[in-house]
Design a binder for this molecule. Structure first.
Ligand code: GTP
Length: 275
């Protein structure tokens, strides 16, 4: 038996929970079942009930109060507690066989860029529960269309990809917020950009950061971190369906199957952008 799990990752407020809800809603509309696993010990209830909720094990408020810790220290404590009590997760997951689980993760990206707590949970899910996992990393469109922020976002996504070692899909969320600011052509540039061009254009040849910018751009390019699937949760759009079909491909990976090129997948989505 193999299970499919999707991790929703990304900085605070990037739209992870909204994305999880949009996936569930879309799946329900096409007759598929999926469940949200809330891994954020500070999360409030959302549109769809959590099928598995870390708050049933431990909550951030309780830890802050009882251990006299700040929010970040308390979050790390919660995850270490989860790691020490993985039998709780095992029991909860036991009820969901052959189903899609969407793991809504906290926005404190150090959990998957610095400290190994999420990678340890990922290994447990793979080894003990035979999960086919995939990571989705959300970055807000208004954030990413700014060049310097684009690189910082791409580097944080890359860091998560390296630490988690999972099939990785970058998602540009909140597309509606940039609709009036960028043309279809500009959007394409940010969905599938050439990092070297981004790093060097408009940069003074003598700038002392030029060499560093080029080195960072090459690194980002080498790791293939520069393709984004667009997501607009506030509009009836095909973006969720497109992302889901891509997730389906990477999680049901078979040896002789090549991954689809996300560029082709979202081409149609971009065509609708100016309308
Ligand atoms: N305009 C717009 N707003 C969005 C979109 N997706 C999410 N939001 C809003 O962005 C805010 C944050 O969304 P969440 O889904 O809670 O983000 P999150 O990444 O889960 O947040 P944390 O769990 O706190 O890290 C909410 O007010 C959402 O309504 C979108 O596609 N467009």
């Amino acid at each position: 038996m193999s299970r499919v799990g999707v991790l929703a990752l990304g900085p605070a407020g990037a739209g992870k929970t909204t994305f999880c809800n949009a996936i569930i809603s879309h799946m329900q509309s096409i007759g598929r079942r999926a469940h949200i696993v809330n891994l954020d010990p500070a999360a409030e209830p959302t549109e769809y009930e959590f099928s598995i909720d870390i708050k049933d094990l431990i909550s951030l408020d309780d830890v802050m109060e009882e251990m006299d810790l700040g929010p970040n220290g308390a979050l790390i404590y919660c995850f270490e507690y989860l790691l020490d009590n993985l039998d709780w997760l095992d029991e909860e997951i036991g009820d969901y066989s052959d189903e899609y689980l969407i793991f809504d993760c906290p926005g404190q990206i150090e959990l998957y860029t610095h400290v190994p707590v999420l990678p340890n949970i990922v290994r447990h899910l793979q080894n003990q529960h035979n999960f086919n996992l995939c990571a989705t990393y959300l970055l807000e469109a208004p954030f990413v269309i700014d060049k310097s922020k684009f690189f910082s976002g791409a580097l944080s996504a890359m860091s998560a990809m390296i630490l988690l070692e999972l099939p990785h899909i970058n998602i540009l969320s909140k597309l509606d917020l940039i609709k009036d600011q960028v043309s279809k052509k500009q959007l394409k540039r940010f969905l599938n950009p050439d990092p070297l061009v981004l790093a060097t254009e408009d940069t003074d040849e003598s700038s002392k950061f030029r060499k560093l910018n080029i080195a960072v751009a090459n690194l980002v390019d080498d790791f293939g971190m520069v393709q984004f699937l667009p997501l607009d949760c506030h509009k009836e759009s095909d973006s969720v369906a497109t992302i889901l079909s891509y997730i389906d491909d990477v999680t049901q990976w078979s040896e002789n199957q090549e991954p689809k090129d996300p560029k082709d997948e979202f081409e149609e989505e971009i065509d609708d952008f100016d309308e």
